[in-house]
Design a protein around this ligand. Structure first.
Ligand SMILES: *[C@@H]1O[C@H](CO)[C@@H](O)[C@H](O)[C@H]1NC(C)=O
Ligand SMILES: *[C@@H]1O[C@H](CO)[C@@H](O)[C@H](O)[C@H]1NC(C)=O
Ligand SMILES: *[C@@H]1O[C@H](CO)[C@@H](O)[C@H](O)[C@H]1NC(C)=O
Length: 195
């Protein structure tokens, strides 16, 4: 029951987004060229929407996908009302954090709890790794993670449980939210999302 209620609540947040995604916006969009002049895919801030976000309200302060570490260093992925959010993009099915020309960190999906039934954790690391075979993609504005036949349905959980999960997590199968966790969908509202 709780899960159904939560999914319905999420659906209510997502409906208006179908319209938002139809309107191209260049806000928060950046492109750059690498050292040999190839165009590298566009990147943007990634906004988290969910039951606790205030989308559409006058006092809206957006949640952004962030990294719990000083700028440019590896760390657990988090989501909060970051006033200077980091940049991300997808290239060849991998999600990357762009810090500067020499520091681009892969966002890996780790089985950090090593327990069946618990979600996987997103971590920015220096090298690609973690659970093998994962693919990141955009569906409209929404970020999805898939692995084999399974995917996360676009759902992410921000967890701040002092005795449990801490960070940003995802499930590969439909599961009720773990305690201390809040559901989010994650969006790029930039018009040049590439995969
Ligand atoms: C990129 O950021 C890292 C970490 O902050 C820093 O050590 C490095 O000097 C920066 N590189 C460039 C080209 O700015
Ligand atoms: C990052 O996540 C791991 C695994 O969940 C946790 O053990 C660690 O304390 C976290 N690190 C920080 C700095 O929050
Ligand atoms: C995570 O590790 C546990 C213990 O090895 C395993 O039971 C579970 O299936 C793993 N989860 C995923 C998604 O690989």
């Amino acid at each position: 029951m709780a899960l159904v209620a939560m999914l319905l609540a999420l659906a209510a947040y997502l409906l208006p987004l179908l319209f938002v995604s139809a309107m191209p916006s260049f806000e928060g969009m950046t492109t750059w060229s690498d050292s040999i002049g190839n165009l590298v895919p566009g990147m943007s801030h990634l906004e988290g929407l969910g039951p606790i976000s205030t989308q559409g309200q006058p006092s809206h302060v957006p949640f952004y996908m962030s990294i719990a570490a000083p700028r440019g260093l590896p760390g657990n992925v988090t989501i909060y009302r970051n006033k200077s959010p980091p940049l991300f993009y997808i290239h060849q099915n991998q999600l990357w954090h762009y810090h500067n020309e020499s520091t681009i960190l892969p966002i890996n999906v780790l089985n950090s709890t090593q327990a069946a039934g618990l979600p996987l954790q997103m971590v920015a690391e220096r090298k690609s790794g973690g659970v093998p075979g994962g693919r990141w993609r955009w569906q409209g504005t929404m970020l999805f993670y898939e692995n084999g036949q399974q995917n996360n349905q676009g759902l992410f959980y921000s967890c701040e449980d002092p005795n449990g999960l801490n960070g940003l997590f995802l499930f590969l199968q439909c599961s009720p939210p773990p305690s201390g966790c809040t559901p989010f969908t994650i969006h790029s509202f930039s018009s040049n999302r590439l995969t």
